[in-house]
Design a protein around this ligand. Structure first.
Ligand SMILES: Nc1ncnc2c1ncn2[C@@H]1O[C@H](COP(=O)(O)OP(=O)(O)OP(=O)(O)O)[C@@H](O)[C@H]1O
Length: 265
């Protein structure tokens, strides 16, 4: 961990965007997540770290109800965004996922043009009134994802024809096109080379000016580089949560220390 570049960035806000209280997740009878309490801050990057199978992705998927799509999965407890229960019967999960966007481990552009990949969300959610407005949203989103200059002359080409790093930035553009309030990223750089990883990390830092970003990562260096808050999970428990610099230099719990020093994992 000696080469880790610990960046002590200020957390710009203390506004809480998402609150979780007593969250339990079961897959059938298997208890995957146990009594998780956490406050996720607005305009902040929060990293979820921990050994494989500890429940990071499961908890991430709770935050936009992606677990609803898994038949065996049951979520208990309270998760609220801006003080509204996201599991309330009146909440439409499709609308929720426009507000809480997600980028997955493997870039997964739709088999459509670059333009249509980005235009898809605004179209289905009726966010634009004219072609000119939609064009503008597509351009702005591609610019926010630092991809515009590379694709502006081939917007009609298939998204799947881009490089892996470009495809992941296209997926980020697609996620930001619906103007989300939270962006969830599940190991977004694991399929990328170091250059594309650096581009996505830079982008994450820029995106947090506009909204809350939650990232699952296996790379502690990445967590230290991009996040201001870190949550360490172990065996389905949220063991420790706090400022990233603090978690990496002065963890309170011996399990956190063992993980960051490479003794468990
Ligand atoms: N769809 C599923 N059906 C059944 N069990 C699942 C499912 N998804 C995850 N699990 C189980 O829930 C537990 C937590 O898994 P999860 O994928 O959330 O962990 P993780 O920390 O994200 O792991 P990794 O770092 O390997 O991606 C594991 O025991 C896993 O086997």
């Amino acid at each position: 961990m000696n080469d880790m570049r610990l960046v002590e960035r200020d957390v710009d806000t203390s506004d809480i965007k998402i609150t979780a209280r007593g969250v339990q997740v079961y897959y059938g009878t298997a208890h995957a997540l146990k009594d998780v309490d956490v406050d996720i801050l607005d305009k902040t990057v929060t990293a979820f770290i921990g050994p494989s199978g500890c429940g990071k992705s499961t908890f991430l998927r709770c935050l936009n109800r992606m677990n609803d799509t898994i038949d065996s999965c049951r979520v208990e407890g309270l998760i609220s965004m801006d003080n509204e229960d996201i599991y309330d019967k009146r909440v439409d999960p499709v609308q929720l996922r426009a507000k809480v966007g997600m980028v997955f481990q493997k870039p997964n552009p739709f088999p459509k043009s670059i333009y249509d990949n980005v235009a898809y969300g605004p179209k289905i959610h009726g966010l634009t009134r004219s072609k000119a407005e939609l064009d503008e949203v597509v351009e702005t989103s591609l610019r926010r994802a630092a991809l515009w200059d590379e694709v502006k002359d081939r917007l009609a080409s298939p998204g799947t024809g881009l490089s892996g790093g470009q495809q992941q930035r296209l997926c980020i553009a697609r996620a930001v096109a619906t103007n989300p309030e939270v962006l969830l990223m599940d190991e977004p750089c694991s399929a990328l080379d170091p250059i594309a990883t650096a581009q996505v990390e830079e982008l994450i830092d820029e995106l947090r000016a506009q909204f809350s970003v939650v990232i699952v990562t296996h790379s502690m260096q990445q967590a230290a580089r991009v996040s201001q808050r870190t949550a360490f999970f172990h065996l389905g428990n949220l063991v420790e949560y706090g400022e990233t610099g603090h978690i990496f230099t002065n963890p309170r719990d011996p399990r956190t220390e063992s993980y960051i020093t490479g003794r468990i994992g």
